[in-house]
Design a protein around this ligand. Sequence first.
Ligand SMILES: NC(=O)C1=CN([C@@H]2O[C@H](COP(=O)(O)OP(=O)(O)OC[C@H]3O[C@@H](n4cnc5c(N)ncnc54)[C@H](O)[C@@H]3O)[C@@H](O)[C@H]2O)C=CC1
Ligand SMILES: O=C(O)CCC(=O)C(=O)O
Length: 525
Amino acid sequence: MKKVLIPTKLNAVARETLNAHGGYEVVQDDSQELSTLASQHPDTYALFVRSEKVTPEIIDAMPMLKVVIRAGAGYNTIDTKYARSKGIDVMNTPGANANAVAEEVIALMLADARHIVLADASTRVGKWEKKNFMGKEITGKTVGIVGFGAIGQLVAKRLFGFDAKVLAYDPFLSDERARDLGAVPAELGEIFEQCDYISLHMPENDDTRGVINKSLFARMKNGATLINCARAGIINEDDLRELKADKGLRFLNDVYAKDAEGDKSVSDIADIMLPHLGASTNEANFNAAQRSATQLIGYDDKGIASYVVNRDVPEGLDRAYSELAFALAHTCRGIAGGNKQMKLIETSFYGDLAKFSGWLLVQIVAALSDDFDRTQGYDAALEYLKEMGVEYFNRETDTSKGYGDSITVDVTTSVDAATFKRISVRGTVAEGNMMISRINDFDKLYFEPVGTAVLFIYQDRPGVVGRIGNALAEAGININDMRNPHDPSGKNSLALLRISGKVDCEVVEKIAEQIEALHASCVSY
Ligand SMILES: NC(=O)C1=CN([C@@H]2O[C@H](COP(=O)(O)OP(=O)(O)OC[C@H]3O[C@@H](n4cnc5c(N)ncnc54)[C@H](O)[C@@H]3O)[C@@H](O)[C@H]2O)C=CC1
Ligand SMILES: O=C(O)CCC(=O)C(=O)O
């Protein structure tokens, strides 16, 4: 059993999902400090946190820790570098709470524009200060979004309902993409100069700390509003203090240097301040909790490391190709019949993927062997294969084949001392979906490796597919998708079916007997 420690108020769906999957012992306790819990549970394998600080001391208190999952977006509270040095993967759950924050931004804008907080307090004590609460409308205003990621984009989408003009600054997003999303791409200075509202949605890191400073505040329009629901560290609070009154700026704030009770340094300059409530909706808490659990399961069962933030995922590599490499190797392993003794792994990385071959090999080795620690890198993967007596060969790719960005994984296993079996699987990513395009000689499959697949190779003759369908139906299994090509000789056929649920090995074996299959296997993704 792998111990998962959840020292925070996280929706019970995380615990329930892990328990339903099995193999995890979940300890959830938000009544004690993380430091206390860490020392009580040194055998923790995975830690789920919200805004709790994960320091080197916390990490050292749990020597078996392998994964930290931030149930949320910002991971500036986790010492990711120290975690890396200890071989610990840190993940976040991008987008899981984005809508909650986007709605909070709109709530803050409206609340401030219509004096909701002050007007409520005044009316509640019996006053009638209608003339003091003349408001303004956000409809038609120009709003600048700094950091046009999951939250920034949703804020824009919500604002379009108010006919707002949205300017977006994000150095990692193309102007074309920003325009596709309805925003006007702009430089940071232009945003501060032209906007009535500026909402910050970039992460806090070494590049962003303190970047929202005097030089930008000085360019703001008089009476403009700054909203910070991102992180306290990205703005220079003293610079804002210096200019705020003169320019009549408004400042709406959700974030602090420390999430804790006590006086807040911004209380003199914040017009509305909330206790870091951005993600505090039932929906966001549920989403982040569920995503944390499913990401851990995906990481453990399928090697999905795409959410890991403290490993050098090479720049320019679409994460879907990491998952593809894993899925192709996992398919080879399934067709080879599980944990067979591997002799040789051969790979081809076509198109732009050639430069990511080292990173992709790690995913392949992780898929082929449960013992390989996938938090390690390329050199460790090569070393591991050597220790296991497995040869590895990465082929030069032939661009004339026109395979685009695709991967081939060939695995040769020994059936007995004298016989070897070679499984070759090629695949690509199309419209964001993984596709297996070839299995051995069966080409143009375009089969998505998800759910459960069964695979039969047989001598081609009429009626076989019908018999497979009937036998599956008798076992209560529906067919969701199917490919049935011939091999180039035209003698053999492949029936590759995605089925509605897990299937017992006996059912597959029985069908194989009935149709006199040359090969039968079942792969769960
Ligand atoms: N108040 C709250 O409760 C919450 C706050 N947050 C904060 O909001 C931040 C953004 O969250 P998401 O939109 O989900 O993350 P995201 O990763 O989807 O978006 C962040 C965007 O910022 C951009 N960016 C990076 N460096 C930048 C820079 N120097 N200038 C401008 N843009 C830059 C990135 O390219 C990315 O598009 C998180 O990092 C977190 O700190 C997130 C969730 C809840
Ligand atoms: O979990 C929370 O309440 C804070 C969320 C947050 O700040 C984040 O996801 O970055």
